[in-house]
Ligand binder design. Structure first.
Ligand code: DHK
Length: 144
């Protein structure tokens, strides 16, 4: 069975569409999920969101056992979560860290991601389109 691509989303991303549209745009998470599934084509894809750090860690563990690649927008946990960084370090496949906004030109609190230490690549500032771009790159990277 083809291993799945996991697309994991962190806190507050369930509010996309209404949340600070000047920063995050007006695309909802459901629309982003549809774009990811279209980009994945026949490749199985798990798309999830949680406001809980422990839930994200549990899903990364699940991916360690059955996933081919991880695309993760840890949102605000990017800058604080050693547990998410540690969990991602245990994953053998490619890890793409994704941010809708360009965190590097935002306030200092958003500029140092712990998660980047466990990431193969970082995508930031492409808006909601960054997700489909990440899935396309992951499918190419996995040659599936
Ligand atoms: C989303 C968030 O919730 C912020 O805490 C991050 C990220 C940026 C994003 O751009 O997708 O800093």
């Amino acid at each position: 069975m083809t291993k799945q691509i996991y697309v994991l989303n962190g806190p507050n991303l369930n509010r996309l569409g209404k949340r600070e549209p000047e920063i995050y745009g007006t695309t909802t998470l459901a629309e982003i999920e549809a774009a990811c599934r279209k980009a994945a084509g026949r490749v199985p894809l798990e798309f999830r969101q949680s406001n809980a750090e422990s839930q994200l860690v549990d899903w990364i563990h699940e991916a360690i056992d059955g996933g081919a690649g991880i695309i993760i927008n840890p949102a605000g946990l990017s800058f604080t979560s050693v547990p998410i960084m540690d969990a991602l370090k245990m994953f053998d496949g490619p890890v793409f860290e994704l941010h809708i906004s360009n965190i590097h030109r935002r306030d200092a609190v958003y500029q140092h991601s712990l998660v980047s230490k466990a990431a193969t690549a970082v995508i930031a500032g492409l808006g909601a389109d960054g997700y489909a771009t990440a899935v396309e790159a992951m499918v190419r990277r996995l040659k599936i």
